[in-house]
Design a protein around this ligand. Sequence first.
Ligand code: AMP
Ligand code: MN
Ligand code: MN
Ligand code: MN
Length: 283
Amino acid sequence: MAEAGPQPRVDLHCHSTASDGTLGPGEVLRRAAQQGVELLALTDHDTLNGLDEARQAAESLPLRLVNGVEVSADFHGRVLHVLGLNFSSQADHPLREGLAHSDRLRRERGLRIQEKLARKGMADAAERAEQLCENGQALTRTHFARALVELGYCPAMQAAFDRWLGQGKSCYQKAQWPLLEEVVRWITASGGVAVLAHPLRYRLTGAWLRRVLTAFCKAGGSGLEVVTGHYNPDQTRRSAQWAREFELMASTGSDFHSPENPHVELGRLEPLPAGLRPVWAGW
Ligand code: AMP
Ligand code: MN
Ligand code: MN
Ligand code: MN
């Protein structure tokens, strides 16, 4: 795809029921096509489970799908999200093997969160979260937050994180996610591009973000998510500066989870700021 000229409609970050989205992979693909998306990656949390259905749906739709995943990673005790994009579909690649471990971590963490909720008298929310999570798919804090809202323990998702599920809150459970460097290597060894997702959402100081990006680049990371559905123009401008400083390619993705959030829609994104190389330029 050419670097110059009008930018194609690209969305390289979204979720389905394979993790904490509310639409199935096929539904996400059809919605993306309706929204005029030309290049899409489905990037569920720590799982490739939605990709087969997504690929099947893409066959009869006017868009191009590349493989994707959003991997939880640890950097000195902080949780970061690394997007793996356009990796191979081979059954035995290192990313797939690494994610099998993340899947076990997620399951064990889910049980601990359920125990904590039960101890707080909210066993019904613990049970409901599991029902909201599609059979055998990745159980996330989003499922717990949705259950807490549905059962009236919280007025909204944000409150569920602020009160119970956010880091340091009483129902938070830490998980020892794989190290940032390890995750980047899984992705690159599987033929993919590693992109640090939403760099301004970790509430890191400039010095810490510099440490993260230095380690990320050294491990082989080559992209930064410069445009996301949650950013305002000032945040996009700041992310673009980080991409230029570290000579990272720029990615764009809505982080769409559900049609119920009217603020985030598939493919509805600001254009990439000028002077950045799009991560998809060589695809
Ligand atoms: P997990 O990977 O299971 O720890 O869950 C992380 C997910 O929770 C993120 O990908 C978001 O979708 C969601 N999340 C985290 N913080 C918030 C928040 N403050 N409000 C709504 N959703 C959130
Ligand atoms: Mn999520
Ligand atoms: Mn994320
Ligand atoms: Mn995401």
